[in-house]
Write a protein that binds this ligand. Structure first.
Ligand code: CO
Ligand code: CO
Ligand code: CO
Length: 295
C-alpha cells in the first residue's frame, strides 16, 4: 500500500499463467478476473492495468486477439482501463495483467487480522483445479467445464464490496495453494488457529466424480503435502476429501474472517449481490496443529 493522500493509497499486483481452458476468449477473461482478485481481496478497487502476454510467433493471430478480447471485456465489466501492455515470443502462451488499484487507508483488509471466534466465509465453490486438469485430458463433461469457467471468470468485486459494507477482520483470495494453504497462511500469520468443516465447503458439480476417476493436478497433491504438518484431519475424511480442500484454484473466491456478530449481515450483503457465501469454519485461539478439519 502506497499512500498518495490522506484518504487514498495505491496497491499493485501482477498475475499471469498458461492456458487453463481451451477457449482463448475465456482464458483471457479468467486471466483478468484472477489478476484483479488480489486487489478485491485487499478491499481495493482496481483502476488501471497492463496486459502481459507471451505467445508463440507461429500461432494463429486470431487466437491472440480472442485472449485479449476476453481480458478487455472482463476489464470493462470491472471498470478497469487497460492502458497498454507487452507481448513476448514464447513456446507456451501466457496471459495476465499488472494491476493498479486504490484503497482507503484504514479500510484496507489484510490476510492476518483474524480473531478467535470469527466465522470463516468462502464465496466460491472449490474444484477448478481438478476440473481444468480433467479438461486438458478431455475428461471433463461439457456442463461441468462450463460451470467451472463461469465461476473462474466471476469477479470478486461484489464479494469485496459486501465485506467492505460490513467490516471484516481478514481476507485472502483462494488461488494456487488451495483453501487449506491460504487458510494456513491466514491463521499462522494472524497468530490464531481454525476449525474447518468439510461438509460446509461448497464444491463444484462433477468434482467428486472426477476424483473417483483418479483425476487431480500435481499442484493439489503438493498442497496436501505441504499443509499436512499444519492440519489435524478427522479420521473419517478420505483422500478425495483432502484433495478437494487442497485443490489448487484459479481465480477462486474470497475467504473472509468476520466477527461472529457480523456474519449474518455479511451473508445478507453477499446475497443481495447474488454471491453465494458459505460459513465453512471458525477461528480458534492459537494452537497446533493450526487447522483442525472435521467432517
Ligand atoms: Co499469483
Ligand atoms: Co491472492
Ligand atoms: Co513493450
Amino acid at each position: 500500500m502506497f499512500r498518495i493522500g490522506d484518504d487514498t493509497a495505491l496497491v499493485q499486483t501482477v498475475d499471469f499463467f498458461p492456458p487453463i481452458v481451451d477457449d482463448p476468449y475465456w482464458f483471457g477473461a479468467i486471466g483478468a478476473a484472477n489478476a484483479f482478485s488480489d486487489v478485491y481481496a485487499m478491499g481495493g478497487r482496481p483502476l488501471l492495468a497492463l496486459n502481459i502476454l507471451a505467445f508463440p510467433v507461429d500461432l494463429d493471430r486470431d487466437i491472440l486477439a480472442e485472449v485479449l478480447r476476453g481480458g478487455f471485456e472482463k476489464a470493462q465489466e470491472a471498470g478497469v482501463l487497460i492502458v497498454g501492455g507487452h507481448t513476448v515470443d514464447d513456446a507456451e502462451p501466457k496471459y495476465g495483467l499488472a494491476v493498479t488499484g486504490l484503497v482507503t487507508p484504514g479500510a484496507q483488509v489484510t490476510n492476518v487480522g483474524s480473531r478467535p471466534g470469527d466465522a470463516l466465509v468462502l464465496t466460491k465453490p472449490l474444484g477448478t483445479g481438478i476440473i481444468t486438469t480433467a479438461g486438458k485430458a478431455e475428461a471433463a463433461p461439457a456442463e461441468v467445464m462450463d460451470e467451472a469457467i463461469r465461476v473462474m471468470a466471476e469477479l470478486n468485486r461484489d464479494a469485496s464490496e459486501a465485506m467492505l459494507a460490513v467490516g471484516v477482520n481478514a481476507c485472502t483470495d483462494v488461488t494456487g495453494f488451495g483453501l487449506m494453504g491460504h487458510l494456513a497462511g491466514m491463521v499462522r500469520g494472524g497468530g490464531v488457529a481454525a476449525r474447518l468443516s468439510l461438509n460446509a465447503v461448497p464444491v463444484l458439480p462433477g468434482v467428486r466424480e472426477l476424483l473417483d476417476d483418479g483425476i487431480a493436478p500435481e499442484g493439489t497433491y503438493r498442497n496436501m503435502k505441504s499443509v499436512d504438518k499444519l492440519a489435524r484431519w478427522d479420521p473419517a475424511l478420505t483422500l478425495d476429501d483432502k484433495l478437494v480442500l487442497c485443490d489448487a484454484q484459479t481465480s477462486g473466491g474470497l475467504l473472509i474472517s468476520v466477527a461472529r456478530e457480523r456474519v449474518a449481515r455479511l451473508l445478507e450483503e453477499l446475497e443481495a449481490r447474488s454471491v453465494r457465501g458459505a460459513v465453512v469454519g471458525e477461528v480458534l485461539e492459537a494452537s497446533e496443529p493450526f487447522i483442525e478439519v472435521v467432517a
